[in-house]
Structure formats: structure tokens, C-alpha cells
Design a binder for this molecule. Structure first.
Ligand code: ATP
Ligand code: MG
Length: 307
């Protein structure tokens, strides 16, 4: 305006202005990232500061390999003090026996298995394993004894091999294949272009329900725990994969002690003892034949499925 600026100076000025803008924008971007990181960090801190409610007591008893029996002694439990979930649960499971839990949804079947693995402690009564109250047992020595195939199998975003080894970090390649074989999943893995190195995707999204279950079963074979909990999936599998899963379940239960939650009554027919659970209480128990003769709730459930 006053004739003092040359064209060159104006060009240089706008160029410098442009160069100045970029770092300013970067700084504001950084502030945003910092804020996000602060929030995430707080969440991580909360998680890390969480104190487990269930811990090994001082002078915990290290459990030897399971050899005698599990005893539920008038066990009562509630997640929320005002809502009782289990009442007066009393049963015993001897070595190499199979106990089946049957009952409608929400009856408390999964909760019983949560107590056996000591994810929670009973609010009444006690659970003993070979005569040791679970609350007095060393937690690690307890959990080493028990393997679970849960209702909804959770796979980690990684390879099939990593998912199989989870729980048994030092397994040999041969042991892994043996477990896969026993779980009826070896052929499937062998036919994959990447074999054991195949990525399963987030939560195992690239596998079918039946394949995921068989991977979970293989994991249990690999862990080789003396006690197994099978929480049968409620989601229906097609007949073919159900046959595969059933065959590997049967192999898994042979010479192990099992607690089986069955939605398909065909699974429970051969159990040594069947417990019928209603609203957190055992309303009937016995073998298949005894319960059929009793003509009670079990027979009712059975007839519903097969007629
Ligand atoms: N983590 C939890 N916190 C609070 N309540 C829970 C929790 N888990 C289960 N419950 C409640 O406890 C009761 C028993 O649940 P549980 O999962 O044992 O049923 P289930 O017999 O396994 O049923 P399903 O056949 O559907 O698997 C239900 O009423 C449920 O709402
Ligand atoms: Mg359940």
C-alpha cells in the first residue's frame, strides 16, 4: 500500500506463513492425541489397580493331582446379595465319573461351574476337592486341574497354534497335533494353506462355530487336566459338525472327571448322575433310567425334545 513491499517479499511472506501453519496444526493434533492417551491410560490404570476378590490365602494348600472326589456341601450363592442364584446345592462327583447338569436357561448351571473353578466363592456352604476347601487351596494348583470348554468359545486374534497353546505355553509341535487329532480338527487345519499359522481373526471370526469349539476342545486335550467342564453351546450346530464335536467330547470325557452342561439330552444319557436344576435348586437327580421312571421334570424335558 505504501509502496514498500516488493512482489518477491509478498511471495516469501505467504510462503513462510504456509510453512508456519503446518507445525501449528501438528501441535493441536498432538494435544488431541495426548487427551485420548490420557483417557486410555486412566482405564489401564483402573484395570491394573483392580484387586482380585478371589486370591490364594496365606499358607495355601497346594493341591496334588485330583484323585478322589469333588463335594458341593449345601452351597448357596448370589452375584447380587438381593438375588439368590443357587440354593442348597449338594452333590458329589467322584473321580472319573460324569455328572450332567440339566435345566432351563438361567437356572444356574454355568454359575455352578464358575464356583468350581473358583471365579467366585460360595456365599453359603463349601466346595471341597479331595477334602480341601477351595478357599484354602492354592489357586494356581486348583486351576491347573480344571479345563473348561465354555458356552461361548473365546479365541484370541492370532494364529491357530497360538490359540491351541494358550494355557500350555511349552507344548511341543507333536503334542499340538495329537491334541488336534483327538479333537477332530487336525484334518481341517492340515488342509488350510497356512496350516497352524492360519490367522483366526478377531474373536475367531474366520472360523465356524463348530471349528471354534473343536479348537477349544483341542486346547483342553493339550492341557490334559484331570477335571473337565463342558458347557455345551446353546447355539445349534449342523448335524455334521455336531457329530464331530460330540465324538471329541466323548473322547475327552473318557478317563477324566467331567461336569457336563447339556442342552441336548442325547449328551446326558450316559452320565453317572444327572442333576435337574430349577431356579438355582436341584429338583431331581439320578441316572437317565431312574429319572425316566420317576416321570417328573426330566421326563417332561426329555419328551419335549424327542416327541
Ligand atoms: N456375572 C453375573 N452377574 C450377575 N448375575 C449373573 C451373572 N451371571 C449370571 N447371572 C444370573 O444368574 C442366573 C444364573 O445364570 P447362569 O449363567 O448360571 O444360567 P445357566 O443355567 O447357565 O443358563 P443357560 O442355559 O442360558 O446358559 C441368571 O439369572 C443370570 O441372570
Ligand atoms: Mg450357561
Amino acid at each position: 500500500m505504501h509502496g514498500q513491499f516488493t512482489v518477491g517479499l509478498i511471495v516469501a511472506y505467504t510462503a513462510y506463513l504456509g510453512i508456519l501453519q503446518a507445525p501449528i496444526r501438528q501441535v493441536t493434533g498432538l494435544i488431541q492425541q495426548l487427551q485420548q492417551a490420557t483417557v486410555s491410560f486412566e482405564r489401564i490404570e483402573t484395570l491394573q489397580a483392580a484387586v482380585p476378590r478371589v486370591v490364594s490365602p496365606p499358607n495355601a494348600i497346594k493341591l496334588a493331582r485330583f484323585h478322589d472326589r469333588i463335594q458341593f456341601d449345601r452351597v448357596g450363592f448370589s452375584y447380587d446379595p438381593s438375588v439368590p442364584v443357587l440354593k442348597n446345592i449338594d452333590f458329589s462327583l467322584a473321580k472319573e465319573q460324569v455328572i450332567a447338569l440339566v435345566g432351563s436357561s438361567g437356572a444356574g448351571k454355568t454359575t455352578i461351574t464358575n464356583l468350581l473353578d473358583r471365579f467366585y466363592d460360595p456365599t453359603e456352604g463349601k466346595i471341597t476337592l479331595d477334602g480341601v476347601d477351595l478357599r484354602q487351596a492354592d489357586l494356581e494348583s486348583l486351576r491347573q486341574q480344571i479345563a473348561i470348554v465354555s458356552q461361548d468359545v473365546i479365541l484370541l486374534d492370532g494364529t491357530i497354534k497360538e490359540n491351541l497353546e494358550y494355557g500350555t505355553p511349552n507344548a511341543s509341535e507333536a503334542a499340538i497335533w495329537q491334541a488336534a487329532e483327538a479333537a477332530n480338527i487336525a484334518t481341517f487345519i492340515r488342509d488350510l494353506p497356512d496350516g497352524l499359522a492360519t490367522q483366526v481373526g478377531e474373536r475367531g471370526i474366520r472360523l465356524s462355530g463348530g471349528q471354534k469349539q473343536r479348537i477349544a476342545i483341542a486346547r483342553v486335550f493339550l492341557k490334559n487336566a484331570p477335571i473337565v467342564i463342558l458347557d455345551e453351546a446353546t447355539a445349534a450346530l449342523d448335524n455334521e459338525s455336531e457329530r464331530f464335536v460330540q465324538a471329541s467330547f466323548d473322547r475327552l470325557m473318557a478317563d477324566r472327571t467331567s461336569l457336563v452342561i447339556a442342552h441336548r439330552l442325547s449328551t446326558v444319557r450316559h452320565a453317572d448322575n444327572i442333576l435337574i436344576l430349577e431356579h438355582g435348586e436341584i429338583v431331581e437327580s439320578g441316572t437317565h433310567d431312574q429319572l425316566m421312571a420317576q416321570n417328573g421334570r426330566y421326563k417332561e424335558l426329555y419328551d419335549l425334545q424327542f416327541t
